[in-house]
Design a protein around this ligand. Structure first.
Ligand code: PLP
Length: 466
């Protein structure tokens, strides 16, 4: 374990007590966390983080899929503090706007795929997906099809945690709490080849998984469906990389029935998959963004609106009764402008598409030779590996651990305690590292991962789980 000097030392014990006494964390069992004790993160620099005990960890998750440019970038500090000095807040209601909001809207229209010239700003990805629900329903209302209000999504999708976001998402644990999904949102299967592609090639399975959309459209009634929403690569669901045949089929089916296609690019936008927007080749009608737009330095989200939708919203006139106090927040927009400048000037999108993306693939997929690792795959700068009890050449013959053993959580703890952050989704270990990583840092990360896998293997053996 790395140790920092005393300068960064904190009274961890007191911080933990106060945290437990007052702070309810997102997606957390408060009781269990209180027993374990929370980890207090205190500093970030580049791709590394330090906790209150002085431990240094390599952040394989970019915070929470967002810190593309790494921590502690001085020009971000400057852009943000200058904007706070000049105008820390003003809204965009009541016929007003601010300079950073205008400039960011313009910049995004340049970076977006052809045919996108408008943007609606929100404070988060969840709010952006709520905006999508309201915007597509408004679109169909204006066109005279008020019955077209059903939105189709996918099981195990993640679209945020507001009422509409969690309903669009397909996480059963989220739906169980609070009577979700809300009416008018239905789900189809996810294109998870390992789980559902038995007896098929990847390409055959991609077409099959897309056909579930058509089945659902016919089931609901084509004249009732407003839109289909999906992540280009499912993130929180476990970095589920669809077969190459999936998305072209999805586009074809949406076109056949005239329904809008929403690409939720909260994770995949701004270079993570080696393009500014991963969905560009299959021409979505709306694009949700958040996370990487500011590298998480300041919260910001939004929806990129294609001409197909914007023309209807604008041409018909009338107020769209929707928006947030922080829509177009000038400090968040200033942070985004500087973040996007950095991504462009350091050619991060091109690097992920080319050299660093290829190098990550080489180094990460090499982990598949480890006795615990079934599949290890990457797509741009997201990656996932499956921890398995018994390996086999054909993924469908691999034997999984009993989920009750929570081997993924055992592995995650070894990772974190030994200098690298990986997330566990069941027994799938995933990363989404900062886009600024160098080859040497990729080597370092792969080495740390391998070491933690060895420790996990030793523990699994010692507990008699193999
Ligand atoms: C994180 C995420 C969201 C939600 O964004 P928040 O800013 O947490 O509300 C929505 N969609 C996807 C794909 C995400 O990964």
């Amino acid at each position: 374990m790395y140790k920092e000097d005393a300068m960064t030392m904190h009274d961890t014990h007191t911080l933990r007590e106060l945290d437990h006494a007052h702070y309810l964390h997102p997606f957390t069992d408060h009781k269990a966390l209180g027993e374990k004790g929370v980890r207090v993160m205190v500093r970030g620099e580049g791709i590394y983080l330090w906790d209150s005990e002085g431990n240094k960890v390599l952040d394989g998750m970019s915070g929470l899929w967002c810190v593309a440019i790494g921590y502690g970038r001085p020009t971000m500090t400057k852009a943000i503090s200058e904007q706070i000095d000049t105008l820390p807040f003003y809204n965009s209601f009541f016929n007003t706007t601010t300079v950073p909001a205008i400039n960011l809207a313009h910049r995004l229209s340049q970076l977006a795929p052809p045919g996108f010239q408008h943007v609606f700003f929100t404070g988060s990805g969840s709010e952006a997906n709520d905006t999508n629900v309201r915007m597509v329903r408004r679109y169909w209302d204006l066109l005279g099809y008020p019955d077209r209000h059903v939105i189709i999504s996918r099981n195990n999708a993640y679209h945020g945690s507001t009422m509409a976001g969690a309903s669009l998402g397909g996480m059963s644990g989220m739906h169980e709490q609070g009577g979700l999904p809300i009416p008018g949102i239905v789900h189809i299967g996810q294109p998870n080849y390992c789980e559902s592609g038995v007896g098929m090639t990847r390409d055959e399975f991609g077409v099959k998984a897309a056909s579930w959309l058509e089945e659902k459209i016919l089931d609901v009634g084509a004249d009732k469906v407003a839109a289909f929403i999906a992540e280009p690569v499912q993130g929180a669901g476990g970095v589920v990389i669809p077969p190459d045949t999936y998305w072209p089929e999805i586009r074809r089916i949406c076109d056949k029935y005239g329904i809008l296609l929403i690409a939720d690019e909260v994770i995949t936008g701004f270079g993570r998959l080696g393009r500014w927007f991963a969905s560009e080749p299959y021409k979505p009608d709306l694009i949700t963004f958040a996370k990487g737009v500011t590298s998480g330095y300041i919260p910001l989200g939004g929806v990129l609106v294609s001409d197909r939708v914007a023309d209807v919203l604008i041409r018909q006139g009338g107020e769209f009764n929707h928006g947030f106090t922080y829509s177009g927040h000038p400090v968040a927009c200033a942070a985004a402008l500087e973040n996007l400048r950095i991504i462009e000037s350091e050619n991060l999108v091109g690097r992920v598409a080319g050299e660093t993306g290829a190098y990550l693939k080489q180094q990460f997929t090499a982990l598949a030779d480890h006795p615990l690792v079934g599949v290890a795959e990457t797509c741009g700068f997201v990656a996932g590996l499956n921890l398995v009890k018994r390996k086999a050449e054909n993924v469908h013959y691999q034997v999984a651990f009993d989920p009750a053993l929570a081997v993924g959580m055992v592995c995650r703890a070894h990772m974190f305690n030994n200098g690298v952050i990986m997330r566990a989704v069941g027994d799938r270990m995933i990363i989404a590292p900062p886009l600024v990583m160098t080859h040497a840092q990729i080597d370092e990360m792969a080495g740390l991962i391998r070491h933690a896998l060895d420790l996990t293997l030793a523990e699994v053996k010692q507990r008699g789980w193999l």
